[in-house]
Design a protein around this ligand. Structure first.
Ligand code: SDX
Length: 438
């Protein structure tokens, strides 16, 4: 773990000296409950006329938060203090949703009330079905998610007064409850099958599998193995500190925008192959590699700075050790494929790729380990999902994290609109040149 709160008797400040002017400024260092401290630079521009410069936010804390803690050096992920391994082992996704939203694991009655509220918000307004018809049949399901989730902002005017705690809670429950329905409908639309209504007698994960894979022509029994694996995959993707899509939701929400529109923005950011789109890209990469004997060729390509090819599912901005979710996902992968009696050569290939990469100097030196996306695609493929649905499942699960982080931001009394500055390197002032003189 990074240093916990430093000794309060020592002075928690830094002194910055501009060597071009000799002028110094003393800035406070802020400490959280655990993890890196932060230099409070809020006065920097006013007192020095300088900005900080950190384009990828590699050294920037954009907010303070109590929801999720990651220690990338050690490979730790905690939600409200609970280790992800414990939550994946002992909790279900509804537990984790309640924990992320309220800060504590629910007691029995709290969990029953929460599950009932989610269950009774799973149906979509019937008119929303018509949005799907506007898409081409071959639309990527993530394009449909961005469109339909955004369209929810047109439907729920009774829960968009975000200054009202009750309406914030209703919007939160609606989003968590309706994402599986929207996702399943995106899948059904893409395969030309009728939409399936949710059932109130099924759990969250069971309901999603039922709405996705059942057809009106025959009874569909939800496999308890697949339901447990689905629920665990949702847990592993629920929240992850200030990643790109969560930061997108926070920044769009900082203008007090409609919460449904903010979550649509999160879907758009997550779709990128460098972020949540990586699970789909991992499967495509494994299929491109084709056979184990071609793995060294692709590992070499990934190391070549002149070759844009990267090993999808490897590397992470924060984890410079194993992503703890990848370990749980790998275990789940073996369980699901074992239970289903599937001997997927892609899993063999993934394990060989992992073995070779982890012993390669380049990956060791750059601390590139498998991330959450490396194994998830293999499980999802075994469960019957097409690769185009992989990121949809990530967005479905991450909705609770986006919503929890959005609510934390809105409820923070010091919250202001996010408006970063820039280092300008464009043209300096110049006289206008009329058309006939250009
Ligand atoms: C997710 O932020 C989160 O928390 C995200 C996430 C979440 O739950 O929200 O964890 C989910 O997005 C996981 C990441 C999924 N993406 C991928 O698997 C795509 C492949 N990985 C890379 O694109 C990359 O590792 C990132 C985007 C994940 C991280 O990018 P960074 O932090 O900007 O690091 P970088 O690209 O600067 O890489 C550092 C070095 C570079 O070499 P140099 O330029 O210093 O010589 O490592 C190299 C990179 O070229 N490198 C890789 C590599 N990833 C980084 N080389 C080969 N293969 C890779 N996968």
């Amino acid at each position: 773990m990074n240093d916990v709160k430093p000794d309060s008797s020592t002075k928690q400040t830094v002194t910055l000296t501009d060597n071009s002017t000799g002028k110094s400024i003393e800035l406070p260092i802020l400490g959280g409950t655990v993890g890196p401290r932060a230099i409070d630079v809020r006065r920097l521009y006013a007192e020095t006329g300088c900005f900080t410069y950190d384009p990828g936010f590699t050294s920037t804390a954009s907010c303070d938060s109590a929801i999720t803690y990651i220690d990338g050096e050690v490979g730790i992920l905690m939600h409200r203090g609970y280790m992800i391994e414990d939550l994946a082992e002992h909790s279900d996704f509804m537990d984790v949703c309640y924990l992320l939203l309220h800060g504590e694991l629910p007691k029995k009655d709290e969990k029953a009330a929460f599950e009932r509220s989610i269950t009774y918000h799973t149906m979509l307004h019937e008119q929303m079905n018509y949005f799907y018809r506007g898409f081409r049949r071959d639309s990527h399901p993530m394009a449909i998610m961005v469109g339909v989730v955004g369209a929810m902002s047109a439907f729920y005017h009774d829960s968009t007064d975000i200054s009202d705690p009750h309406q914030r809670m209703v919007a939160s429950h609606r989003l968590i409850a309706k994402m599986p329905t929207i996702a399943a409908m995106a899948y059904k639309f893409s395969v030309g099958q009728p939409f399936v209504y949710p059932r109130n007698d099924l759990s969250y994960a069971e309901n999603f599998l039922y709405m996705t894979f059942s057809v009106p022509c025959e009874e569909y029994k939800v496999s308890p193995v697949l339901a447990r694996a689905m629920d665990r995959i949702f847990i592993l993707h629920a929240d992850h500190e200030q990643n790109a899509s969560t930061s997108t939701v926070r920044i769009s929400g900082s203008s007090n925008a409609n919460p449904f529109a903010c979550i649509a923005a999160g879907c758009a950011s997550l779709w990128g192959p460098a972020h949540g789109g990586a699970n789909e890209a991992v499967l495509q990469m494994l299929q491109e590699i084709g056979t184990k004997d071609r793995i060294p060729e692709f590992v070499e390509r990934a190391k070549d700075r002149d070759d844009p090819f990267r090993l999808m599912g490897f590397g992470h901005r924060v984890y410079k050790n194993y992503d703890p979710r990848a370990k749980v996902m790998q275990k789940s992968c073996h369980e699901v494929l074992g239970e289903l009696g599937i001997n997927d050569p892609l899993l063999e290939m993934a394990m060989e790729l992992e073995r070779l990469a982890l012993q390669d100097e380049y990956f060791i030196e750059k601390k590139l380990f498998p991330n959450v996306d490396f194994y998830s695609g293999i499980i999802l493929k075994a469960m019957g999902f097409p690769t185009s649905m992989f990121t949809v499942l990530f967005a479905l699960a991450r909705t609770v994290g986006w919503v929890a982080q959005w609510r934390e931001m809105i409820e923070d009394p010091s919250q202001r609109i996010s408006r970063p500055r820039q280092l300008y390197n464009g043209q300096t002032k110049r006289d206008y040149v009329p058309l006939d003189q250009r």
